[in-house]
Design a protein around this ligand. Structure first.
Ligand code: HMG
Ligand code: MG
Length: 306
């Protein structure tokens, strides 16, 4: 199969990237990050999550962030909503501040489902169903994130059949598209392809995205493996920020800068200005007091300085 000629990247940095950050990050910094990402050409941004602030304190400013962002035409802003309480909070603001898309998030592993959202896979689908219905009734798009599609911190290897089972449940409640997430970054290309293929039995190739954490340094290879299957929607995090609070030791998503560098080098269009993206990664990393976790960023900045 020929590789896709264009790729749509969803930057999940403001949400996945920052949710696990121990130091408080002011809402103004998060808002500025969203603005810089859209100025760099990102057309999909995962902004925040409407989850319990007791579980994930860093996302407790969700409404403030959604209120503060300056919307740009053609950009899709998404937020995580695990239940009706989260969904209602996401639409409590005036319509102009509603998310364009909500994300329900489940897991292919029972143990991870319990740790992350405090319920079984079956219960999670029962909670998601009314959220999906309510969102669709209000004209809000719905995505489903599927965690631990390759490996789980508690259960180890995850069989593709479990991924297919969850994808089928997501499809059954009306989720329009799904993310195949390697939450702890243990996947290697063939395993990731098996998880994607199990998902592609339920969703079309345009409805599936890759979400690869880079814990074992495999995320770019896994992205290429996904492209080989025609999967052209991918999630990444500027400066490689992040990790999931309920997946101990898991590091951030693959850095958006590294994915863009690879794709542009292969002649694949992303619509993203790599230089502006690198500056965005520097901005948020400086705010956090660290270096961007992106090899392409480091190399290009070294070259700029010489
Ligand atoms: P629960 O305790 O089972 O919920 O939590 P509950 O319905 O029993 O309610 C308990 C308390 O939480 C109540 O408050 C509720 O009001 C409150 P209290 O009466 O004790 O004061 N509550 C909420 N507050 C705000 N927003 C809400 C909400 N729901 C209940 N939406 C819940 C269930 C899902 C809320 C909880 O387990 C939770 O917040 N978990 C956090 C999950 C999370 O954010 N994980 C990280 C994101 S997922 C991820 O990173 C993976 C991904 O990137 C893909 C990948 O890489 O794998 C997407
Ligand atoms: Mg993630």
């Amino acid at each position: 199969m020929p590789l896709p000629t264009r790729v749509r990247l969803i930057d999940v940095g403001p949400r996945d990237g920052l949710q696990n950050e121990k130091q408080p990050v002011p809402a103004a910094i998060k808002i500025e990050l969203v603005h810089r990402l859209q100025d760099a050409g990102l057309r999909e941004i995962e902004v925040t999550s409407f989850v319990s602030p007791k579980w994930v304190p860093q996302m407790g400013d969700n409404a403030e962030v959604m209120h503060g962002i300056r919307r740009r035409e053609g950009v899709r802003y998404s937020v995580l909503t695990p239940n009706m309480k989260g969904f209602e909070a996401a639409i409590a603001a005036p319509r102009a501040e509603w998310p364009d898309e909500i994300v329900v998030f489940g897991a292919a592993s029972e143990a991870f489902s319990q740790k992350n959202i405090n319920c079984s896979i079956a219960e999670s689908i029962e909670r998601f169903a009314p959220v999906v219905e309510a969102a669709r009734a209000k004209g809000i798009a719905v995505r489903g994130a599927m965690s631990c599609t390759v490996g789980c911190p508690y259960e180890g290897d995850i069989a593709p059949e479990k991924v297919g089972y969850l994808a089928g449940l997501m499809k059954g409640i009306g989720v329009a598209r799904v993310d195949v997430a390697d939450t702890i970054g243990v996947g290697t290309p063939r395993k990731v392809q098996a998880a994607l293929e199990a998902t592609l039995a339920h969703f079309s190739v345009d409805e599936v995205s890759g979400h690869f954490h880079d814990t074992y340094g495999q995320a770019l290879s896994n992205t290429l493996a996904a492209l080989e299957l025609g999967v052209w929607n991918h999630q990444s995090s500027v400066a490689g920020l992040g990790g999931c609070p309920y997946a101990k030791g898991a590091t951030g998503n693959v850095a958006t800068e590294d994915v863009v560098y690879m794709l542009h080098g292969m002649g694949i269009d992303t619509g993203i200005d790599l230089d502006a993206l690198i500056d965005t990664g520097v901005f948020i990393s400086q705010a956090l007091g660290r270096e961007p976790n992106s090899r392409a960023s480091k190399a290009i900045r070294t070259k700029r300085a010489s």
